[in-house]
Design a protein around this ligand. Structure first.
Ligand SMILES: N[C@@H](CCC(=O)N[C@@H](CS)C(=O)NCC(=O)O)C(=O)O
Length: 210
């Protein structure tokens, strides 16, 4: 049995759980949520001194970084189609996963932190300068995503891939974190499709206060 250390409400953990559900691996992975089980933190620290989640343990192999975990899980499932096996297909998906880590996730993360986490964990009042910066970044990157989605069902074409799971994860908080989505109709059309994915729905974090 593999083990996956998570923070259930975090998009980085959520996307891995959505992928393992989608791949039919739920019965092969024990999910250890550090929010409900903080006593497991020292165990994670031994495995990964960075102490971040998600972290996967598969026998003697310890793997951190959500996007690498998603690739590893998918590559182990014969016949799956969300992580292509050809060189360009993999590069295309990988490009979006890098973009998510470097740009998209950070812009969304600023708005999630200022508008949701601060209220949830009593971390002070929202910083309007940071919010303005987050909204500016969000619009800049949303423009790229919206443009690339034109004429495509999913991010890299007709098929759902890990690119969609990676970029879609932070969209779970689009409403409560009030992402400025006006004018980005392709993103809204694309994201509406996630509701049809059973593995995605099952992984959704609990509702958070607006
Ligand atoms: N780039 C990493 C980010 C991992 C990360 O920052 N995880 C956060 C939760 S979203 C965490 O574990 N924070 C706990 C801490 O910093 O102590 C990934 O994609 O997995």
């Amino acid at each position: 049995m593999m083990k996956l250390y998570t923070y259930a409400a975090s998009p980085n953990s959520f996307k891995v759980v959505a992928v393992l559900n989608h791949l039919g691996l739920a019965g092969q992975v024990q999910i250890l949520d550090l929010i409900s089980r903080p006593e497991l933190k020292p165990e994670l620290k031994v495995l990964y001194p960075g102490e971040r989640t998600p972290t996967l343990v598969d026998g003697d192999f310890v793997l951190w970084e959500s996007n690498a975990i998603m690739q590893y899980l998918a590559a182990g499932v014969p016949g799956q189609t969300i992580w292509p096996s050809d060189r360009r297909g993999q590069a295309d998906v990988s490009r979006w996963q890098c973009w998510q880590l470097a740009h998209w996730g950070r812009a969304c993360g600023t708005l999630i932190y200022e508008r949701l986490l601060k209220a949830m964990f009593k971390l002070g009042t929202p910083d309007e300068t940071a919010i303005a910066e987050g909204e500016k970044d969000f619009r800049e990157y949303a423009e790229v995503l919206d443009h690339c989605l034109k004429g495509r069902k999913w991010i890299v074409g007709d098929k759902l891939t890990l690119a969609d799971f990676s970029v879609g994860a932070a969209m779970v908080y689009a409403q409560p974190a009030r992402y400025p989505l006006e004018g980005f109709g392709e993103i809204s059309r694309w994201f509406a499709q996630f509701g049809e994915l059973e593995g995605w729905r099952k992984a959704l974090p609990p509702p958070r206060p607006a």
